[in-house]
Design a protein around this ligand. Structure first.
Ligand SMILES: Nc1ncnc2c1ncn2[C@@H]1O[C@H](COP(=O)(O)OP(=O)(O)OP(=O)(O)O)[C@@H](O)[C@H]1O
Ligand SMILES: Nc1ncnc2c1ncn2[C@@H]1O[C@H](COP(=O)(O)OP(=O)(O)OP(=O)(O)O)[C@@H](O)[C@H]1O
Ligand SMILES: [Mg+2]
Ligand SMILES: [Mg+2]
Lengths: 253, 253
C-alpha cells in the first residue's frame, strides 16, 4: 500500500522543500519507489531535483485544471526510483482559479487516487501559506510532517497551523495524522536553537523526530547543482541527518 | 510628505519581517515618525516589536473588513517614533473573504490615505505569497524593497515576483517603483552567497543596496525578546548593516 506524506508549514523558509527532496531521495535509494508532488508555484522541489520549471510544457497546474492526467506529467529524476510531478510558475493562477471550481479542495486527492498503487511513498511539497494549494495537499495525505526551523519566529505559527489541521480533519480529511515535527537548520553554537527544540518537545511530546537537521551549507549548495544531498554530498552532516529521518519515517509506518 | 514602502517576496524566510522591523526601528531613531503595517497573518512583525498578536482585540483584519478605522488599531512600540498597525491570526480569513469584496485589492491603499500625513515613513510587511494580502501591500506603496536571501532557491522566484509587479503597475498601481533589492543572511564563509550576489547584481544593475545584511545570530535572537536589533544589540554586525540600509533608503528618497 502507498503512504502519502504532506510536508507543510505556512511559515516561510523552514525547510519544507529541502525535507521533501532529501527525504524522498533517501527513501528511493532504500528501494521505495517514491513520487514527489510539487504544488508550490515557485517550483523549488522541481528544480532541486534537476528539472527546470521554466522549460516545462505541462505541469501540476494543467493536471489540477483537468487538462492533463497526473501520469502524463511525471518525470524521472537523477535518482533511481525517484519521480517528480513538477510545478511551474503557471501554478500561481491556480490559487485564485480554484476558488470557484468544483471540488476545489479535493482535486489533488482525486488525481492521486489514479496512480497511488504505483508508488511506495508519495511526498507533497507545499507553498508557505494555508491557501487552496496547501489545502489540496493536506486533503490528499494520510500523514503530515511539519518542518520547524530552530528559530523564534518559527514557533509562532505552529498553533495556527494546528488549528487549520483540525479544520481539515473535521471537514475534508479525517484520515490526516500528524506523523511528526522535524527540527531543521539547527545551529548547535546558539542557545536559541536549543530553546526552540525544548519548547516544541514540550508542546508535542512524542511527536518530534529524534533526527535533528543541522544547519549545513552543503544542503543549501546542492539545489544549485539540481541534486539532492544524496548525490551532492552523501556523507555530509545534513545528508546523514536526512538519512536517519528516512529511517524514522519508514519505521513509523 | 509620506514615503510608503512595501517589503515583499513570495519566497519564504528571506528576511522580510526582519528587514521591516529593523529598518523601521533605525528610521524612527533617526527622527522619522514611522508606522509599520503588518499584513502577514503570522504577525511576526507585530511580535518582533513586542506586541503579542494573540492578545489583540482588534487588528488589521478588522480594518480591512471595514469594522475599525486604521487609526484605532495603531499601537506604540518600545521604540520612540515607531508605531505598529498589528496583525493577528484572524487575518488568515481575509485571504478568502477579500476575493468577493468590493475594491478587494485597494482596501489598504484607501485606508492608508486617511492617516498618511501623520508619518514620514510607512513600511508594509507582506506574507510569503502573491495573494490578495500582498497585492494590497503592493497597491498601497510607492516604493518596493525586495529582500533576497543569499541562497540558490531565493533566485528562482525573482522573475515571478517581477512579473507580478508588472501586472500590479499596469492594473493597480502605476506609481509603484522598485526601490531596491537588499541581500540578506549573507555568510561570507560560503561561495554560494557571493555567487547569488553576483547573479542578482547582473540582473538588477544599480538596484542592489550596497548594505549587505550578514547572517547574524543576534538578529534571530532579538524577536524572542520582542525587540528590534536597535534595542537588543545595536552594535552587532546585523544592527550596523540595517543602520547603513536605513541611510541608503533615506538618501534614495
Ligand atoms: N539544514 C539546512 N542547512 C542549511 N541551509 C538549509 C537547510 N535547510 C534548508 N536550507 C536552505 O534554506 C533555505 C530555505 O529552505 P527551503 O527552501 O527548503 O524552505 P521552504 O520551507 O521550502 O521555503 P518556502 O517557504 O519558500 O517554500 C533554502 O535556501 C535552503 O537551501
Ligand atoms: N541576517 C540574519 N541573520 C540571521 N538570522 C536571520 C537574519 N535575517 C532573518 N533571520 C532569521 O531567519 C528567519 C527568517 O527571517 P524572517 O522571518 O524575517 O523572513 P520572512 O521573509 O519575513 O519570512 P516569511 O516568509 O515567513 O514571512 C527568522 O527566524 C529570522 O529571525
Ligand atoms: Mg519550499
Ligand atoms: Mg515575515
Amino acid at each position: 500500500s502507498t503512504r502519502t506524506l504532506v510536508i507543510a508549514n505556512q511559515k516561510g523558509g523552514v525547510g519544507k522543500t529541502t525535507t521533501t527532496v532529501n527525504l524522498g531521495s533517501w527513501l528511493a535509494l532504500d528501494g521505495y519507489k517514491t513520487l514527489i508532488v510539487d504544488i508550490d508555484p515557485q517550483g523549488n522541489a522541481t528544480s532541486g531535483l534537476g528539472v527546470d520549471p521554466k522549460g516545462l510544457e505541462k505541469c501540476i497546474y494543467d493536471v489540477l485544471m483537468g487538462k492533463e492526467t497526473l501520469g502524463s506529467i511525471v518525470l524521472e529524476t537523477i535518482v533511481d526510483n525517484l519521480y517528480v510531478a513538477p510545478a511551474s510558475f503557471r501554478l500561481v493562477g491556480a490559487q485564485v482559479e480554484l476558488v470557484s471550481m468544483m471540488s476545489r479542495e479535493t482535486r489533488l486527492k482525486n488525481l492521486l487516487e489514479t496512480i497511488k498503487g504505483d508508488y511506495h511513498f508519495i511526498i507533497i511539497d507545499c507553498p508557505p501559506s494555508l491557501g487552496l494549494l496547501t489545502l489540496n495537499g493536506l486533503t490528499s495525505a494520510d500523514e503530515l510532517i511539519i518542518p520547524v526551523q530552530c528559530e523564534y519566529y518559527a514557533l509562532e505559527g505552529l498553533s495556527q497551523l494546528l488549528e487549520s489541521i483540525d479544520q481539515v480533519k473535521k471537514f475534508l480529511n479525517p484520515n490526516l495524522e500528524l506523523a511528526g515535527l522535524v527540527m531543521t537548520m539547527h545551529d548547535s553554537r546558539t542557545k536559541i536553537g536549543q530553546q526552540v527544540i525544548e519548547e516544541v518537545k514540550k508542546h508535542f511530546p512524542d511527536k518530534v523526530y529524534s533526527s535533528i537537521i543541522p544547519r549545513s551549507v552543503r544542503l543549501s549548495e546542492a539545489p544549485s547543482f539540481g541534486q539532492p544531498i544524496t548525490h551532492y554530498d552523501a556523507l555530509s552532516r545534513g545528508a546523514i541527518a536526512y538519512k536517519d529521518l528516512a529511517k524514522e519515517v519508514v519505521g513509523h509506518g
